[in-house]
Write a new protein. Structure first.
Lengths: 135, 113
């Protein structure tokens, strides 16, 4: 069965969708990415859809869901490379993908993810249990 | 279909809209109409040329078409953008349905001159 590769690049996961995304593939990607987020503790997900000629409401919804899942798993998602005709079509369709951050290309997307990570601040210190009670 | 639209020299935006609309309608026929058929044909009207798609299913049909066309109306736990969304993406949209009689949706995209 087809699978979309998910690459780990530093603190981020990189997903380049090179084939037309059919329903089953979108579901598989959602599962795989969730697993990988949990395993790698990645802070950002970059999804490159520059190869996609068609994004219908099902695929749009899958992408929005992926971003939503990533958010609750403490990662930011950036969708990059959307073709102009796809952008026009999605907005007219009534699916402006409001919940997802976007960037024009991979470079800008990576920059956005790094900024988001810095804004997030330094790593929180590990929780080491309650301070000992005063005797 | 993408190839067909390309051959007719549709612009990239019209082509993308049309194929996306077809995807929405195909999904509708599959999810709500228990599958059906799609007919594709080239049409011309005077000097205009275009593509027409006819989606036919023999599902339960739609009782309230106006309501089904509204965004957000969904019986399948989806976003309910199918019919209304598809209508916005094409030049001509026609739907005929009745309870128990299945649904036929006809859409046409004309080539811009």
């Amino acid at each position: 069965m087809d699978q979309i590769p998910i690459l780990k690049l530093g603190d981020f996961l990189l997903v380049t969708i090179q084939v037309e995304l059919h329903d089953q593939l979108a579901m598989t990607l959602q599962d795989d990415l969730t697993q990988k987020l949990s395993r790698t503790h990645a802070k950002g997900v970059l999804i490159d859809i520059s190869a996609l000629e068609i994004v219908d409401s099902f695929i749009g919804r899958s992408l929005a869901q992926i971003a939503g899942i990533a958010r609750v798993m403490d990662a930011t998602t950036v969708l990059v490379g959307m073709r102009p005709a796809v952008a026009i079509t999605l907005v007219e369709l009534g699916m402006p993908l409001k919940g997802i951050r976007t960037a024009l290309n991979v470079d800008k997307g990576m920059k956005l993810l790094r900024n988001a990570q810095e804004e997030d601040g330094f790593d929180e210190p590990a929780f080491e249990g309650d301070p000992p009670l005063a005797p | 279909m993408l190839e067909w639209a390309t051959r007719l020299a549709f612009g990239v935006v019209d082509r993308t809209k049309f194929v996306t609309a077809a995807s929405e309608l195909g999904r509708n026929a599959l999810v709500h109409g228990r599958g059906g058929s799609m007919l594709i044909c080239e049409v011309s009207e005077g000097a205009k040329t275009g593509l027409r798609l006819v989606f036919t299913d023999s599902g339960p049909g739609i009782a309230d078409i106006q309501r089904a066309m509204k965004d957000g109306f969904s019986t399948a736990n989806s976003m309910g953008l199918g019919l209304g969304g598809a209508q916005r993406l094409v030049n001509e949209f026609n739907i005929a349905s009745a309870p128990g009689a299945g649904t036929t949706v006809t859409v046409t995209q004309w080539k811009r001159r």
